[in-house]
Design a binder for this molecule. Structure first.
Ligand code: SAH
Length: 370
């Protein structure tokens, strides 16, 4: 048992079994023991690898996406759409800062965009914020850091977030003979264990899409705390702009247990060694779209990451990079391209989805227009 598990047990003894979202928040964000707060988990020697760490092409294409959205905002005109002389460009959960670095470098071909933006990074982890400062030294004259989206300044906004939403905490509910009941984490036989809260939770069936209202007993429903995404959608609906979210998940709400713990590139038990594994779950893009619509923003997609990156031109970009490269680098570029757009289960092209939302009067953003 690690020291953090001892602390979690004390909390359970005082408060009773914990909702999963509370357990995830503790494990990921506790100031002293949280997974993200205390380490840089990315890369080959870390626990997992993400698209911007696989290839510079990912951030570059997203940079051109942002510049194009900004052009569309300017062309649309009118106070409602922002017509932005000044624009806030924000990234949520920027990891090592690699995506933002590649984004800003690629955007140099649109100098008016670069001079219109100030850059904001929203990051809870002091360790990763430190990494981002190193990566982004001299990348842009105006970069500021925040720990919550509520701290972003007001005004027109373009937001990008890769593998951020999957780390937002979820609650789980299980269908039983007497209705939906919440899964909580307690102590059984001296160990952390999942159990069901005895009280049925009312109103869940009515809140589900009609096709899911007659779920079988033992079905699992996951509900995510989408507060940061809702806040961004509210601001975009009010002041203009767009957001791009890339993450792994389901196009439609699915009744399935998808919580997973990953340590050193392997699946682990989410209740073992709390704070030492990444805890995530698949993103429900149907719930995400509903939630941004409720805030007055317009959802686009999701489409698969493979289709999205191809539409943005990843193949010609790879060819261009290969032109000046040696044989080893050319092979690396091909492997990265394959991993990002390939559709096999261990590749990212189909598992990952791209989803956007915009001010309701903006046209379809690049990649979402056909
Ligand atoms: N986007 C990066 C990193 C993904 S890992 C990449 O693609 O490589 C998830 C990131 O989200 C980490 O930087 C983590 O510290 C951050 N994070 C997790 N929960 C957060 C929250 N509630 N608010 C802000 N950042 C958060």
């Amino acid at each position: 048992m690690n020291a953090f598990e001892r602390r979690i047990r004390t909390i359970i003894e005082a408060e009773g079994p914990l909702p999963l979202s509370r357990y995830m928040t503790l494990c990921l964000s506790d100031p002293h023991h949280g997974y993200y707060t205390t380490r840089d988990p990315l890369g080959v020697s870390g626990d997992f690898t993400t698209a911007p760490e696989i290839s510079q092409m990912f951030g570059e294409l997203i940079g051109l996406w942002c510049a194009e959205v900004w052009r569309a905002m300017s062309a649309a005109g009118g106070a409602a759409r922002g017509a932005p002389q000044r624009l806030h460009l924000a990234e949520l959960g920027p990891g090592r800062g690699t995506l933002m670095k590649d984004l800003l470098r690629a955007a140099k071909i649109v100098p008016d965009f670069l001079s219109a933006i100030d850059v904001h990074l929203v990051e809870t982890s002091p360790v990763l914020a430190g990494r981002q400062r190193e990566t982004l030294a001299n990348a842009h004259p105006e970069i500021s850091w925040h720990t919550r989206v509520e701290e972003l300044p007001e005004g027109p906004l373009i937001v990008v977030a890769n593998e951020f939403v999957d780390a937002l905490p979820i609650d789980q509910f299980v269908k039983t003979q007497d209705g939906w009941r919440e899964r909580r984490i307690g102590i059984v036989d001296g160990k952390l264990a999942f159990g069901l809260d005895p009280r049925p939770v009312p109103g869940i069936d009515e809140s589900l899409p009609p096709r899911l209202r007659k779920a079988f007993v033992d079905s699992v429903l996951e509900r995510r705390e989408l507060g940061p995404v809702r806040e961004i959608a509210t601001r975009i609906a009010k002041a203009g702009g767009a957001a791009l979210i890339v993450d792994y998940g389901h196009r439609r709400t699915t009744l399935a247990h998808t919580l997973q713990a990953v340590r050193a590139h392997e699946f682990a038990d989410p209740l073992e060694l709390p704070g030492e594994a990444d805890l995530t779950s698949l993103v429900d893009f149907e719930a995400l779209a509903d939630s941004v619509k409720q805030q007055g923003a317009r959802p686009w997609g999701p489409i698969s990451q493979g289709v999205f990156l191809r539409r943005l031109g990843i193949e010609p970009r790879a060819e261009r990079l290969k032109r000046d490269a040696d044989a080893k680098t050319r092979a690396d570029i091909d492997a990265a391209l394959h991993r990002l757009v390939g559709e096999a289960p261990r590749q990212m092209g189909e598992l990952f989805k791209a989803f956007a939302f915009t001010h309701p009067e903006l046209p379809a953003p690049p990649g979402f227009d056909s």
